[in-house]
Design a protein around this ligand. Structure first.
Ligand code: SF4
Ligand code: SF4
Length: 152
């Protein structure tokens, strides 16, 4: 079955909408505060950004990609892509302020399998309230699609 694709026009429109970008920023601020207060700390080793090696995928929603693009711009799209996130350099995330929700939440030590549910519910609601088509897509495929279609 083909992977779901991103509604690209809607992504760029949302990226240009300061109200939507501020709503995502606000959600991320709250999310970061909750994660910072959590006892299960991330040691920032960067292993989980090597998706294939680590054995997981990173999925993102339409408004998360919009927020990311509002931060890095179309010239910030990177490639060629491998199974490691192209924004990792020497174990560090180079796009930390604009990284998706799952990058903020994920903990290899977490015992809570449903830790992603609440922010994802809020992200879903944010699409509805702003009439942005909801998509939940693989990060690497999404970056490849955006780069291919934009010719960057
Ligand atoms: S979540 Fe775990 S694997 Fe990922 S960077 Fe943090 S400590 Fe490393
Ligand atoms: S955006 Fe940053 S934290 Fe997220 S996978 Fe890429 S390098 Fe890792």
């Amino acid at each position: 079955m083909p992977l779901p694709s991103l509604p690209e026009d809607a992504v760029w429109q949302a990226a240009d909408n300061p109200e939507i970008i501020e709503q995502v920023a606000s959600l991320y601020r709250r999310l970061d505060a909750v994660v910072a207060a959590d006892a299960t700390m991330c040691h920032k080793c960067g292993r989980c950004c090597h998706f294939g090696e680590f054995g997981h995928r990173l999925f993102v929603t339409t408004v998360e990609v919009a927020y990311f693009l509002a931060g890095v711009g179309r010239h910030g799209l990177r490639g060629p892509q491998t199974d490691c996130c192209p924004y990792q350099q020497a174990t560090r995330c180079t796009v930390r302020p604009w990284r998706p929700a799952a990058c903020r939440i994920f903990s290899c030590e977490s015992k809570q399998p449903d830790a992603n549910d609440r922010p994802l519910d809020e992200l879903r609601a944010l699409h509805t309230s702003n009439c942005v088509p909801y998509a939940y897509v693989d990060w690497i495929s999404c970056l490849n699609d955006l780069r291919t279609r934009r010719g960057v």
